[in-house]
Write a protein that binds this ligand. Structure first.
Ligand code: SF4
Length: 370
């Protein structure tokens, strides 16, 4: 089974923490959509005839697209690929784009899962991050989505924002829980150089939180969501039973995916390719770049993606895929994180306990094969 990803690179304004590839304003939406349709057509064989299980509109801000654009992309996908077994079609949205007319049209077009970028329920924190919605708008967006028939809603939250831990984070978590959504993605703020926060940090007027605060806030999020019945199944993701994100899980499990649009990445089981991260060059037909994966790449990727999940690495499967020598080396490399309680062997599985996911990158790095 495979996935198709559409990258919509437009935003109304830049959030203070965001270094994703994006362009402000939608004036080039029409030529971009035409180019995306051309790409879909040209790459109709990329998935090798595999049935499409998930479709995902990410960005950028896909909710800046009129519903006809979304509908057109989905219909074309159905003409070109086997979409008879699609299980999930997700669209990322900003709360202030979501009114009932728009939401109903999305439902009719075939979107069945909404990913709403809420980030915080503290209006001061939202202003600091240069988000364009308020907490009240976010709550109303979730309610409106439910009224319009969305039964699978995920919201994004950001923690580790200086000055907005403690009570502010607690209130955001309470308001998230009160909305009773099916899925929550919670990310620690990272301060990237090419962002408003990064520039402020370079001038010395913005200080990222320290490790102790990070850990405290991570555990506050983890505990609140787990106590409310969400399963912490991946570093940043929490789900009600039966509502894990299927599209993202296909990346973690090495399934094929086709990425359409500027900056989008694709994987066909043996190699990866990526489109130029420029709207202009993409519309102009710039070819994708690609690379074949070596055995070591595949092994490292397997370790990285599996250890980011609650299931971890199935050691039996690892041994079959990569051989007994590599399994022995993996177990030897895991001794030190296991001694430090940052990893465990549980039956046949090597895992990072979810309450230690905050340091997963450091653990994974020690397990990479050079
Ligand atoms: S966080 Fe989302 S809405 Fe904000 S600038 Fe980045 S892509 Fe656009």
């Amino acid at each position: 089974m495979a996935g198709i990803y559409f990258h919509i690179p437009f935003c109304k304004r830049a959030c203070a923490y965001c270094d994703f590839f994006k362009e402000i304003g939608t004036r080039r939406l029409a030529p971009l959509v035409a180019a995306m349709h051309r790409e879909l057509e040209n790459r109709r064989d990329y998935l090798g005839g595999e049935a499409v299980r998930t479709r995902y509109f990410g960005g950028g801000t896909p909710s800046l697209c009129p519903p006809e654009t979304i509908r057109g992309a989905l219909r074309r996908t159905e003409e070109l690929f086997d979409c008879t077994a699609v299980e999930e079609t997700t669209l990322e949205a900003n709360p202030d784009d979501l009114d009932e007319a728009y939401l109903s049209a999305l439902r009719e077009a075939g979107v069945d899962r909404l990913s709403i970028g809420i980030q915080s329920f503290d209006d001061d924190c939202l202003r600091l991050m240069n988000r364009r919605h308020t907490a009240a708008q976010a709550e109303e967006a979730v309610r409106a989505a439910r009224r319009c028939g969305f039964a699978n809603i995920t919201v994004d939250l950001i923690f580790g924002v200086p000055g907005f831990g403690g009570d502010s984070l607690r209130r955001s978590l309470d308001r998230t829980l009160a909305l009773d959504v099916q899925h929550v993605s919670a990310y620690h703020l990272t301060v990237e150089p090419d962002t408003a926060f990064g520039r402020r940090a370079a001038r010395g007027d913005f200080r990222p939180v320290d490790e102790e605060v990070s850990e405290r806030e991570f555990l506050a999020v983890h505990d609140a969501l787990c106590e409310a019945g969400y399963e912490h199944y991946e570093v940043s993701n929490y789900a009600r039973p039966g509502f894990r994100a299927r599209h993202n899980a296909s990346y973690w499990h090495g399934e094929k995916y086709l990425g359409i649009g500027p900056g989008a990445h694709s994987y066909d089981g043996s190699g990866r390719c990526w489109n130029v991260a420029s709207v202009e060059e993409y519309i102009g037909g710039a070819p994708a770049q690609g690379e074949r994966l070596t055995d070591r790449d595949r092994r490292n990727e397997y370790v990285m993606t599996r250890l980011r999940t609650a299931e971890g690495i199935d050691l039996g499967e690892f041994g079959k895929r990569f051989g007994p020598d590599r399994l022995g080396r993996l177990l030897r490399a895991a001794e030190s994180p296991i001694q430090a309680s940052r990893a465990v062997v549980d039956g046949q599985r090597l895992k990072i306990p979810p309450e230690r996911f905050l340091v997963s990158d450091q653990v994974i790095e020690t397990l990479f094969e050079a």
